[in-house]
Ligand binder design. Structure first.
Ligand code: NOJ
Length: 555
């Protein structure tokens, strides 16, 4: 017997376990007021593309919005100068309320990106804190005296280059910033700071949001003794392209982040989230200490029901991908997560777009489709990055066009993150690919494919994803079933998702060549999306998987 359907999914406390998330980078989604920058009204106008609440659109369940709070945009919104308002570039609180109502009308949940590790240096808290050592906010940020020779208090380096400390002549002290000097780190050890940030969470919960993405949630605590980070032994860790250009990669950041004390801050935040109703949280936990360590750290943050609801891993955001690698990530996660819930994504606004990362694979578009289907078949909450549904590619940004502070600082070794943040191309025939009415967009509207072209092809990623999202909603095993690896053979990976009443078998071929495998279980019904061009064929227990093939069946 099998149970089909889960109509109550979105009204339960743990709605986020069944939901499919979609990340919007608001600056690049749709520019309704034609000023070159996407806005909240623009998102409202395009909600039906994501889910119109009546079966139209992609069918996603929740949106994570990258920040749209007031910000000088030194790091495009990840430098917040007021946590309880909307930046004029994006609209007003009234627009936000409308957006929330329109999203909820379509059964779409709304998750905000809270940047609570640091504020903007233009935030009034920091403006006061930096004045002298005795003001009421003097201890709201992380201040330390210079060394006797006037140099920074220790050797910590910033992610975006240079020392993680900047000297403030008014106080004759340095302040800590793990990212840009315009992003001073808040002092989470100060109870007043905690309370102020808890009030930020309460402000948005009261307005009706459904959850929060927590930016750099493993950076909140720092070593109170401010000990130097140790040097990393040479060649002790494989580096991504260009990473060696950042001197930070030659240190083990054990004192500046990933502190054991951090978990207590997460527990504090969880208690605040639990004051709301059915609130979820997803933390960005990106450790630089090796793959398994990162996965285990993420798992530690979501165990026992008193930490984050979810933490997403960076493990799938890299170039490397094979059946063996995929299996490794899933296995380490499943083995270490205990009662926690996994969360998966293949791209975001900080990394090279998947289509371009997978350049090294023959049939990269087939590969991307297969990866998306696999992500949607895993146990855990998947996050789709805007544009994945239309195979958006990385744009090769030029030096003249670069906007991202990371690209500006490390050009040409690291070209920054603009290439994955291009305006969404709604229409090939309209100006600026339909992003707006013709004003020059903040980044070039130069995508290779546009939505109208993609939806003209019945086998495009858009339809494959849409169909898979429908299938996922119909079968509880795909939403909440347990995970068990069944087989890994060559470049094929086969696993099972199972509830009491339902078992699914999923198989994927990570190579561009056809593979034939003997399935360990008998398939009683094939459920592979019919829109998928690369068809599998099953005869008895023999499954013929084409290159980049994906198979789903009930067993
Ligand atoms: C992680 C965010 O995803 C990234 O875009 C940002 O630059 C840093 N955190 C700093 O807030």
């Amino acid at each position: 017997m099998s149970s089909v359907g889960n109509s109550n999914m979105m009204s339960t406390e743990d709605w986020w376990k069944s939901a499919v998330f979609y990340q919007i980078y608001p600056r690049s989604f749709y520019d309704a007021d034609n000023d070159g920058i996407g806005d909240l009204q623009g998102v409202i106008e395009k909600l039906d593309h994501l889910n119109d609440g009546k079966g139209g659109g992609l069918g996603i369940d929740a949106i994570w919005f990258s920040p749209f709070f007031p910000s000088p945009q030194a790091d495009f919104g990840y430098d917040v100068s007021d946590y309880c308002d909307i930046d004029v570039d994006y609209g007003t609180l009234t627009d936000f309320d409308n957006l929330l109502a329109e999203a909820h009308k379509r059964n779409i949940k709304v998750v905000l990106d809270l940047v609570l590790n640091h504020s903007s240096d233009q935030h009034k808290w920091f403006q006061e804190s930096r004045k002298n050592q005795f003001n009421p906010k003097a201890d709201w940020y992380v201040w330390a005296d210079p060394k006797p020779d006037g140099s920074p208090p220790n050797n910590w380096l910033a992610v975006f280059g240079g020392a993680a400390w900047t000297y403030e002549p008014q106080r004759e002290q340095y302040y800590l910033h793990n990212f840009l000097p315009e992003q001073p780190d808040l002092n989470w050890y100060n109870p007043e700071v905690r309370e102020a940030l808890a009030d930020v969470v309460r402000f948005w919960m009261k307005r009706g949001v459904d959850g929060f993405r927590l930016d750099t949630a493993n950076y909140y605590a720092y070593d109170k003794k401010l000990r130097d980070n140790p040097k990393r032994p040479p060649n002790s860790r494989p580096l991504e392209d260009g990473q060696e250009a950042n001197p930070l990669s030659s240190y083990i950041t054990k004192y500046s982040k990933d502190r054991p004390e951090n978990i207590e801050i997460i527990h504090y935040l969880r208690r605040i989230f639990d004051e709301g109703s059915a609130i979820t949280s997803v933390g960005e936990i990106g450790s630089s200490e090796g793959l398994d360590e990162t996965l285990k750290l993420g798992a530690d943050y979501v165990k026992h029901g008193d930490g984050l609801h979810m933490a997403y891993t960076f493990a799938m955001l890299n170039k490397e991908m094979s059946a063996e690698y995929f299996d490794h990530i899933v296995r380490v996660t499943e083995d270490s997560i205990e009662d926690g819930w996994p969360c998966w994504s293949l791209s975001n606004h900080d990394c090279t777009r998947m289509m371009t990362r997978y350049d090294c694979f023959a049939e990269r578009d087939g590969f991307q489709q297969m990866m998306l289907l696999l992500m949607l078949s895993l146990r855990g909450t998947p996050i789709i990055y805007y544009g994945e549904e239309i195979d958006m590619e990385e744009y090769p940004i030029s030096k003249a066009e670069v906007k991202d502070p990371q690209g500006i600082r490390f050009w040409p070794e690291i070209k920054g993150r603009d290439g994955c943040r291009l305006p969404f191309p709604w229409d090939s025939k309209a100006s600026n690919q339909g992003f707006n009415e013709g004003t020059k967009p903040w980044l070039p509207a130069k995508n290779t494919l546009t939505l109208d072209q993609v939806v003209a092809d019945p086998n495009s990623t858009f339809y494959v994803l849409k169909e898979m999202l429908t299938i996922r909603k119909q079968y509880s095993a795909l939403q909440k079933g347990s995970f068990r690896e069944l087989l890994i053979e060559g470049e094929c990976f086969v696993f099972e998702r199972k509830t009491e009443n339902q078992s699914m078998l999923i198989a994927a071929n990570f190579s561009a060549e056809e593979q034939i495998i003997n399935l360990p279980s008998k398939v009683v019904k094939e459920l592979t999306p019919t829109t998928l061009k690369r068809r599998c064929s099953l005869s008895g227990d023999k499954l013929n998987l084409p290159g980049c093939g994906y198979f789903l069946g009930m067993i």
